[in-house]
Design a protein around this ligand. Structure first.
Ligand SMILES: C[S@@+](CC[C@H](N)C(=O)[O-])C[C@H]1O[C@@H](n2cnc3c(N)ncnc32)[C@H](O)[C@@H]1O
Length: 278
């Protein structure tokens, strides 16, 4: 993987993304820096008030390989890069879930159908498409969907059965429920706050109704991956919400911290994943 968290602390993170070393804010990095001498190596830096700076700024888009997938990175005006490296920890689990569904449907040639909401630049979509799923990739931002399609091309997966959909996640899930669609797997990575089609998304207010809509479109043995990065929800609460929406079924549910370990020894807490296996 062409990614390393090099150090974190004093509310910032230092990361190598392929060709660039980046110094940017990290509200969860409230400890000491363990490799203070490395921070001068950053060639791109983001600050909330003044934006991007550094010797490599302005940076052309550049590729980074994560788990055999090629993601194009670009500094965004909000300090993002088009990749959440902590999500790489879910890729093997997603591929295993899709692989199990592929094996289960092999006799009648059924292709697992997966819904990916808030799908961003496509890391999870591409991992699941590569494993054999047909994916409905939904994001409210047209630019994010175009970026994900570019990543599909760069990863050699442009011919896979992916529906690239610019839509509000909750509105799309509700429409699919009315159409009677059923998915074998559902992935949701809602932001704390978002906007699509003039609608606002607020995690604490809107997640319960979205999970209920997801339950309606989920096949009985569907797998679910829910990740969240808001300081106001922890993994136990997310798991309780998922259990409440999907009922007390017997399938396994695991709560996984989305922490990154720095090469310096520092740790960075970046939220939670709740996985419900099929
Ligand atoms: C991947 S999530 C962000 C979660 C992220 N890991 C974090 O730390 O906050 C962001 C994506 O959700 C999309 N998004 C925001 N609000 C949305 C909505 N109401 N419907 C669909 N997509 C939305 C954004 O365009 C963006 O690509």
């Amino acid at each position: 993987m062409h990614y390393d968290l090099l150090d974190a602390g004093v509310r910032r993170r230092l990361e190598r993304f392929g060709a660039h070393i980046i110094d940017r804010p990290a509200p969860g990095a409230d400890g000491f820096r363990l490799a203070p001498g490395q921070w001068v190596n950053a060639d791109l830096r983001f600050d909330a008030g003044s934006g991007w700076s550094g010797p490599a700024w302005p940076a052309e888009p550049w590729p980074v390989e994560i788990d055999g997938l090629t993601m194009e990175l670009r500094p965004t005006t909000s300090g993002g890069l088009g990749l959440y490296p902590e999500h790489a920890a879910n890729l093997a689990w997603l591929a295993a879930q899709v692989g199990a569904q592929v094996s289960a449907g092999a006799a009648d040639g059924a292709v697992p159908q997966v819904l990916n909401l808030f799908a961003h630049t496509g890391l999870a979509t591409l991992a699941m498409a590569r494993a054999g799923a047909a994916v409905a990739h939904v994001d409210g931002a047209r630019a994010a969907v175009a970026w994900a399609r570019r990543n599909a091309e760069l990863s050699g997966l442009a011919d896979r059965p992916v529906r690239w959909l610019v839509d509000d996640a909750a509105a799309f899930a509700a429409r699919e429920a009315r159409r009677g669609r059923r998915y074998d797997g559902i992935v949701l990575d809602p932001p704390a706050f978002g906007r699509a089609d003039g609608r606002e998304w607020r995690l604490e207010e809107d997640l319960p109704a979205l999970l209920t809509a997801c339950r309606t479109v989920a096949a009985p043995d569907a797998f679910v991956l829910l990740t969240a990065h808001s300081e106001s929800v922890d993994g136990t609460v997310l798991a309780a919400m998922l259990r409440s929406a999907f009922g007390g079924r017997s399938q396994s549910m695991e709560v996984v911290p989305l922490d990154l370990a720095a090469t310096s020894g520092a740790r960075l807490a970046l939220g939670w994943a709740v996985r419900r296996g099929s």
